[in-house]
Ligand binder design. Structure first.
Ligand code: ZN
Length: 234
C-alpha cells in the first residue's frame, strides 16, 4: 500500500551531518520505533562548519551539535548514535570512510540501510551528502559482505554481513513513500532539538518541513510524506 512503512527489523541510517537523519527520515524513524524496529544512526561529521561567528559558550560547538543529535535520536526512540568525526565540508568517498562505514554495518548488522542519494540531480546539494551516500553504498555493496574487504575486521569480531536493501533519501527519483502525517509533530519536535541549526531554515522550520513533506507526498497522494529511492542489493 502506498505510504505504508517499509518492512525492516534493524535499520541503520548514515547521514553526513547531525540533523540529516532527522531532516530526511525522522517521521519514518518514529513510525519504525513505534513498531518495535531497532534504529541506529551513524553521523559522519559533527557539523563543525555550522559554527556561528558569535559562538561564546564554554562547550565546543561540535559537542553541542552531538548532544543535540543524541537528544533528538532519544526523542524518536533511536537506539544510539555513532559519530565518526570527519571534518565537515571536507568529506570524500575515500577508502578510509568506506572502511569505517563497513565496520559500522558489520557491527550493527542491519537488514535495511538508509543514506543520501549520491547521484541525485538535485544540484543544490551539500557535497558531503554525495560523498557519504557514495561511500555508504560502497560499504553496503560489496564491501560488507566479502571478508576480503577490510580483513582486519575479522580480528575485531566483525564478520561479513549482507545488507539486502537500501533506501536513498534526498533523491530526485523517489519510488517509496512513507505517510508521516501521524508523526509529523514528532518530526518537528526532533528537528527543534537541533537548536543551533533551527535559525538556518529561512521562513521558519515548521513551514519548511511541512512544505517538503507535502511535496514528497504529492506523487503518492499523501498529505505529508518522506520519500526514498529503493535499491535492491540481493
Ligand atoms: Zn547535511
Amino acid at each position: 500500500m502506498s505510504g505504508s512503512l517499509p518492512d525492516a527489523r534493524r535499520v541503520l541510517i548514515v547521514g553526513a551531518h547531525p540533523d540529516d537523519p532527522d531532516f530526511f527520515c525522522a517521521g519514518t524513524v518514529a513510525r519504525w520505533t513505534d513498531a518495535g524496529v531497532v534504529v541506529r544512526y551513524v553521523v559522519v561529521t559533527s557539523g563543525d562548519k555550522g559554527q556561528p561567528p558569535e559562538w561564546d559558550r564554554p562547550e565546543g560547538f561540535t559537542q553541542v551539535r552531538e548532544a543535540e543529535q543524541e537528544a533528538s535520536a532519544r526523542l524518536l526512540g533511536v537506539e544510539g548514535v555513532t559519530f565518526l568525526r570527519f571534518t565537515d565540508g571536507e568529506v570524500f568517498d575515500t577508502l578510509e570512510l568506506r572502511e569505517r562505514l563497513t565496520a559500522e554495518i558489520r557491527r550493527f548488522r542491519p537488514d535495511l540501510l538508509l543514506t543520501h542519494d549520491p547521484l541525485t540531480r538535485l544540484y543544490r546539494q551539500h557535497p558531503d551528502h554525495r560523498a557519504v551516500g557514495a561511500a555508504a553504498l560502497a560499504a553496503a555493496f560489496p564491501s560488507c559482505r566479502l571478508a576480503t574487504f577490510f580483513p582486519q575486521h575479522l580480528a575485531q569480531g566483525l564478520r561479513p554481513h549482507v545488507v539486502p536493501r537500501v533506501l536513498l533519501f534526498g533523491t530526485d527519483r523517489p519510488d517509496t513513500f512513507v505517510d508521516i502525517a501521524p508523526v509529523f509533530e514528532r518530526k518537528l519536535a526532533a528537528l527543534r532539538l537541533h537548536a543551533t541549526q533551527v535559525g538556518a531554515f529561512p521562513g521558519g522550520l515548521e513551514t519548511r518541513l511541512r512544505r517538503r513533506a507535502e511535496e514528497a507526498g504529492r506523487p503518492a497522494g499523501l498529505a505529508l510524506a518522506e520519500a526514498f529511492l529503493a535499491v535492491d542489493l540481493e
